[in-house]
Design a protein around this ligand. Structure first.
Ligand SMILES: [Zn+2]
Length: 461
């Protein structure tokens, strides 16, 4: 059991002084008390904040991050990037996925992501034949998360068709496909191994273009998901909105709400092209909107109007998605910056009661992320996952900071230091900014990526 004392801790209602943190054997906070004398308790640090859940990740894409940044053609877009991603996805097997994900999760932890919701759709061999066991790719992710120590919410993902008009899947998409019954059986087989490791099961539907309304209702309506998280990519691309309008005469978010009851179990990833009626639907539902700022920027998706969702009281969190950015500070900083660029104002994502923009962004994103990961509660409070970060006050960027200024300096100044230490489920996993097994995991990752590069060359030759 972990117990420690810190000078200041960022609790759900703001900073508190002299805080005693006690984690239970179940990996959740048992007790968080402020204004407690330190006594004999171990000192955790000066400023302690909650860990950040990463609500959207495709682990295999880590190995291709940065590889599609050369000029291709004048109409280069999300859709041409997707072809490059498919070529890469076609090469990854369970062994490579394990090495890639384990290093990725180690990197996430070092930057302050303490849990990850893995949106996992690469289920089968490249030609669609099943692995033995069928869930070998899921098992690779579970083993990677267990070894790195990150909290995992695994979201096996349903992917069945090539577009809104029931187009057949292309050959390079065959490894994503599951029948609805097969999919539910795969999910059920994962429930026990996940819970035995303190991990969680949820599910995802890849997108409305990849799954019909009938399958969506059948699979998301299963009793297995009564109190588990359910995710979907919803409105990332303008073409996706146009295709949905052409077939259903409804925009994707409207169409989703027509199909099933959306509530706080749901996470709508990339609601980028929501209009104001759709913003109201999402805010009223209690669902979390998943925003992946650096990926959405990298792919030219568009700007999500977070200020509008905030005004309506909507919930949201952040994800690293294609892994081009692995620092939660970068995701949050650019959410505020894109709001400033679009509005010509400053301090857009704050208000009189939430004047500290950085602390406000951190608390809102960590609460939304916890909900999307299926956590019972969020942040530094009893019942929430016992995940925490200690800020590194040896970073010159934090010199002379108080609780009023430290989050602003950490997020918006050129603060170079990652968190000094990172704890997950009551266990310390990184100290002095480094994961204990980083060099071993980095070496295995290098070998895996070099192997994939050889396969790519052989395929091209
Ligand atoms: Zn995604």
């Amino acid at each position: 059991m972990f117990q420690g004392h810190c000078d200041h801790a960022l609790l759900p209602d703001g900073w508190h002084a002299n805080v005693r943190l006690t984690a239970g054997d179940d990996g959740r906070w048992l007790d968080v008390q402020s204004n407690v004398p330190r006594g004999d308790l171990a000192h955790c640090g000066e400023f302690v904040i909650p860990g950040m859940p990463n609500l959207h990740s495709h682990a295999f894409q880590r190995a291709m991050a940065g590889s599609a940044e050369r000029f291709g053609r004048p109409d280069d877009s999300f859709w041409s990037w997707r072809e490059a991603m498919y070529r890469h996805a076609g090469l990854v097997d369970p062994e490579a996925l394990h090495a890639i994900a384990r290093w990725l999760y180690c990197e996430m932890l070092e930057q302050g992501y303490t849990r990850v919701a893995e949106f996992h759709y690469v289920h089968h061999r490249p030609d669609g034949r099943r692995y033995l066991p069928t869930q070998a790719m899921s098992q690779a992710l579970i083993a990677a998360a267990e070894e790195a120590g990150i909290g995992l919410t695994l979201l096996p993902t349903l992917y069945q068709r090539g577009g809104f008009r029931d187009e057949a899947l292309a050959s390079r998409q065959q490894r994503f496909r599951c029948g609805s019954d097969e999919f539910l059986a795969l999910c059920e087989a994962l429930a026990t191994p996940l819970s035995a490791r303190g991990m969680r099961l949820g599910a995802a539907v890849h997108s409305l273009r990849a799954v019909s309304g009938d399958s969506l209702r059948e699979v998301f309506g299963a009793s297995l998901w009564r109190d588990r998280p359910l995710h979907i990519h919803i409105a990332e691309q303008r073409k996706e909105v146009a295709d949905c309008l052409a077939v259903h005469a409804r925009r994707p978010i409207e169409h989703l709400f027509d199909q099933i009851a959306i509530d706080r179990r749901h996470c709508l990833v990339h609601a980028t092209h929501a209009n104001s009626a759709e913003m109201q639907l999402m805010a009223r539902s209690g669902a979390v909107v998943g925003i992946c700022t650096t990926t959405e920027a990298n792919l030219g998706d568009g700007l999500f109007a977070l200020a509008d969702l905030r005004e309506l009281g909507g919930r949201w969190g952040i994800g690293s998605d294609s892994q081009v950015g692995l620092d939660p500070r970068e995701e949050l900083r650019w959410l505020e910056y894109q709001s400033r660029l679009a509005s010509g104002r400053r301090t857009v994502l704050g208000d009189a009661t939430h004047a500290d923009i950085a602390a406000n962004l951190w608390l809102a994103a960590s609460a939304g992320g916890a909900q999307a990961c299926g956590s019972a509660a969020a942040g530094l409070q009893a019942g929430a996952d016992a995940d925490w970060l200690v800020l590194d006050t040896s970073d010159p960027a934090l010199a002379g900071c108080s609780t009023d200024t430290v989050m602003g300096a950490w997020l918006f100044a050129p603060a170079r230091h990652p968190p000094l230490s990172v704890g997950v489920g009551g266990r310390v996993l990184a100290t002095q900014g480094r994961h204990a097994r980083r060099s071993e995991y980095a070496s295995a990752y290098r070998r895996a990526v070099i192997g994939l590069g050889r396969k790519l060359q052989d395929g091209a030759a």
